[in-house]
Design a protein around this ligand. Structure first.
Ligand code: NDP
Ligand code: 2IT
Length: 458
């Protein structure tokens, strides 16, 4: 088996995994992001497959790469000028071995079935790592909400939910936010779900704090990411205090990461958008963090506004990975950190890369970072704090309870520390100590595979 699928060649594919990947590739060769995600997992589970030959007999891998259900639908809506717009919507209900389908909705022009399948596949492992009862799913539409009016976003969300509502529910499938879907969109989606079904129930997470949402859900992904990065640094006797940090993106995840990293004494010196990145040597802190929220809410597709407002450097069309930092936290979108970027980070002294986004680091960049001894964590482990607090929101809704911020934060910290420990332990047990990618995949895969075996052929 070669490395042609874009996986880390350090890991050898088990012949069974190689065969399933080749079959998948032949069947959906155009689904590049999906194949990238599957290859990454399959390249790291050789030892597990060797020790568990019955997985092959039960065709666990063939079942794992096939979503249980894919729902595709038309989203027709009218814009503010009365023109009819047509978009495509999907919900990929990936795997329900561990609980109801659970995962975000992405509204972005780049959304395709391939990107939702990659995200749903990753979600399977991420949700397993949280230790909560959550299966996996992902959905969305090929529309960027940037530049749309609130009324347009509401009409679009309502049209989207008019189709989706029949497929979701608190014990069936519980969507949440992702790129382009934040608190406002969840509000519109929830309101329409309630109107269509006549039920006030926890069919979505990321709800407002006064109507069933968990405290700290908006912050959870970024906070969890920083807690995870702290755990990684601690394995080398370090912490975030005094570290220079590069963050990409300026959305929900980036915001939470900046807040918590700054709280813990780090200086976050970059943010980025599709237009380029800003360099703020004094650190993104205080009112500048609040301004991130204003920037995101403004619907403008740019971080240059930050540079203009605070008089810092703006680098058009560039990525933040060229700035000398100790820690890099990619928090924007998939495949936003290339091999070239990784080389620059290492040359400038970066020792830790923790993914906030899903699959932001390209496979050859991961391989390089690991070879260079950089601490590297995959998003499915380090960004699991968001879905973990979604899981806590589901529990609160079921119990009709409301946990305090301190309580949620304590649980989030504990979950991130446990995920970190599980990754480290699995990597050690399977002979690849320090490899968080393998550790996360192995720890999660065995949980899901064993649950699938227990539940028979479904
Ligand atoms: P947001 O929509 O809040 O933010 C995404 C950010 O990335 C925006 O600032 C966006 O700008 C920017 N962006 C988009 N494309 C690029 C690009 N090519 N270069 C630089 N910046 C870009 O989404 P989230 O913060 O929720 O999601 C960010 C990432 O984190 C995604 O990979 C998501 O899957 C992942 N994630 C999210 C979780 C959550 O709870 N929300 C949980 C776990 C992971 P613009 O909008 O102008 O395009
Ligand atoms: O990628 C992710 O984990 C999310 N977008 C959060 C999903 C959720 O259900 O909270």
């Amino acid at each position: 088996m070669s490395t042609q699928h874009g996986a880390n060649p350090k890991h050898q594919f088990h012949p069974y995994a190689a065969r399933v990947l080749d079959e998948l590739r032949a069947r959906v060769h155009w689904e590049k992001e999906y194949l990238q995600a599957v290859a990454e997992v399959f390249s790291t589970i050789r030892a597990v497959l060797e020790r568990n030959p019955h997985y092959e007999g039960e065709r666990i891998l063939e079942r794992l790469v096939e979503p249980e259900r894919v729902i595709a639908f038309r989203v027709a809506w009218t814009d503010d000028r009365g023109r009819v717009q047509v978009n495509r919507g999907w919900r990929v209900q990936f795997n329900s071995a561990l609980g109801p389908y659970k995962g975000g909705l992405r509204f972005h022009s780049s959304v395709t079935l391939s990107s939702l399948k990659f995200l749903g596949f990753e979600q399977t492992f991420k949700n397993a790592l949280t230790g909560l009862q959550m299966g996996s799913g992902k959905g969305g539409a090929d529309l960027s909400t940037r530049g749309l009016s609130r009324a347009e976003i509401m009409r679009f969300s309502q049209s989207f939910m008019t189709e989706l509502y029949r497929h979701i529910g608190p014990d069936i499938d519980v969507p949440a936010g992702d790129i382009g879907v934040g608190g406002a969109e969840i509000g519109y989606l929830f309101g329409w779900y309630k109107r269509l079904t006549g039920h006030w129930e926890g069919a979505l997470t990321g709800k407002g704090r006064h109507w069933g949402g968990s405290l700290l859900r908006p912050e959870a992904t970024g906070y969890g990411l920083v807690y995870f990065a702290e755990e990684m640094l601690r394995t080398r006797g370090q912490g975030l205090e005094g570290k220079r940090v590069a963050v990409s993106g300026f959305g929900n995840v980036a915001w939470g990461a900046v807040k918590k990293a700054t709280d813990l004494g780090a200086t976050v010196v970059t943010l980025s958008g599709p237009d380029g990145y800003i360099y703020d040597p004094d650190g993104v802190k205080g009112e500048k963090i609040d301004y991130m929220l204003a920037m995101r809410a403004s619907g403008r597709d740019r971080v240059e506004d930050y540079a203009e407002r605070f008089g810092v450097e703006f680098h058009p069309g560039a990525r933040p990975w060229e700035v000398p930092v100790d820690v890099a936290l990619p928090c924007a979108i998939q495949n936003e950190l290339s091999l070239e970027d990784a080389k620059r980070l290492v040359a400038n002294g970066c020792t830790c890369v923790a993914e906030g986004a899903n699959m932001p680091t390209e496979p050859d960049a991961i391989e390089y970072l690991q070879e260079q001894g950089v601490l590297f964590s995959p998003g499915k482990a380090s960004n699991a704090g968001g879905v973990a607090v979604s899981g806590l929101e589901m529990l609160q809704n079921r119990a009709g309870a409301f946990d305090s911020e301190i309580e949620v934060d304590k649980r989030l910290r504990r979950i991130m520390a446990t995920i970190h420990n599980d990754c480290v332990e699995a990597a050690r047990r399977y002979g690849v100590p320090g490899d968080y990618v393998a550790g996360a995949n192995i720890a999660a895969f065995t949980k899901v595979a064993d649950a699938m075996l227990d539940q028979g052929v479904v």
